[in-house]
Design a protein around this ligand. Sequence first.
Ligand code: 6CS
Length: 283
Amino acid sequence: MSRIKTVAGIAGALMLIGAWAGNPAGAADTKLEQLKAQGFARVAIANEPPYTAVGADGKVSGAAPDVAREIFKRLGVPDIVASISEYGAMIPGLQAGRFDAITAGLFMKPERCAAVAYSQPILCDAEAFLVKKGNPKGFKSFADIAKDPSATIGAPGGGTEEKKALEAGVPRDRVIVVPDGQSGLKMLQDGRIDVYSLPVLSINDLVKKANDPNLAVIAPVADAPVYCDGAAFRKGDEALRDAFDVELAKMKQSGEFAKIIEPYGFSAAAAMSTSREKLCGAP
Ligand code: 6CS
């Protein structure tokens, strides 16, 4: 009995010391403390410039990772380590603990907001179609593609454009999952798809690099809203998300946020004009 008391006594003393030191002995390690100890945050990206990009040297850039890297640094997490993932695999990967956050331009939509803990908005953009010069089939909306029984559209797997095409009534067999921007560009150039859809800034980046006069961009897509992403954290990691948001708000206020994202073509004002609450609640 005394042994238990002695043990209880020591534990009690530790609790008192810990509580006094502001870190109650036995308190669960917070996620942020874990990341600080780990020395980096594992983030999911797609490698879709200017949102996210991996250089030939393996260096990760793009507006989303650049903002995240800066904020994690301010939180005491020195760096980020990125893994390329298909959009549709990002949330399952986060939930399975493969990533500590998604920093990829994963647009906020109610069904995603139900699955993850989003930060406040970071990157906003409309949707675009990449088509052959002259837009021969006159596509201006996802509904136009649905109406043309011969039309096929390429889009990222699990991405917003795939979902918008299906919701507009394009049959599954006319919505082609495309792994990345270069593949989508090639498939369009080879006539294997009639349209390739990504956000405006991603399509513009592809067109600029393609240097192909036989391409045209239709933007904004008529039946798609402007979307905004946020950094996405696992449900349960809201304390980390909130700490991220405190630093994000300071950077928005100081102008440092604009300095990071606007050279990539994004608008700081657009992100600051909306909120997670609005974007997650929208139909
Ligand atoms: O959030 C999404 O689903 C979309 N976001 C980007 C940045 N590109 C394509 C993707 O479908």
